[in-house]
Design a protein around this ligand. Structure first.
Ligand SMILES: [Zn+2]
Length: 155
């Protein structure tokens, strides 16, 4: 069953559907002075306090006091959602993105950091029909059991 989880495409689907197009529900938005996503939240507190944070392993090792721009310098802007929800600046970097697809239904979260006002813009979305892969498995299992009892099959 594990192989059935987190599929990127529905079965038989040929057209690539993007996570953020043809949305069927509203996107939840939120602005915060600190990350809403857990990732980087401890580092952000240190950056704000002027304490050293761990250097990215791909460029070195050890701890260093960094500016926000230096710390976030390796992150990329999400061009699907480039604008800061607080000040409208396009000088943003995405630090958190997660998406789950189940049978063509989508659920995702994105959070960006604004390098101008240092606020975090949160966006999250869920298709109305979305069920998690495990919920879907359970549903399918129950249907199968119902089908078996209807046919008089003993387990
Ligand atoms: Zn901003």
């Amino acid at each position: 069953m594990a192989g059935d989880t987190l599929t990127t495409k529905a079965e038989g689907e040929e057209v690539a559907v993007k996570y953020c197009t043809n949305l069927r529900a509203s996107v939840e938005t939120d602005v915060n002075a600190a990350p809403r996503a857990f990732v980087h939240s401890r580092e952000w507190k240190k950056i704000m306090a002027g304490d050293p944070v761990e250097i990215n392993p791909s460029v070195g090792h050890g701890m260093k006091i960094m500016t926000v721009a230096e710390w976030a310098g390796r992150w990329k802007r999400n061009d699907d959602f480039p604008d800061c929800l607080a000040c409208g600046s396009l000088n943003t970097r995405e630090h958190h993105f997660i998406q789950t697809w189940c049978r063509g239904n989508r659920k995702w979260e994105s959070e960006t950091l604004c390098l101008d006002c240092h606020n975090y813009s949160w966006r999250s979305y869920c298709d109305p029909e979305f069920t998690t892969p495990s919920e879907h498995e359970k549903e399918r299992w129950n249907k199968m059991l119902e089908g078996n009892s209807a046919l008089g099959v003993e387990n």
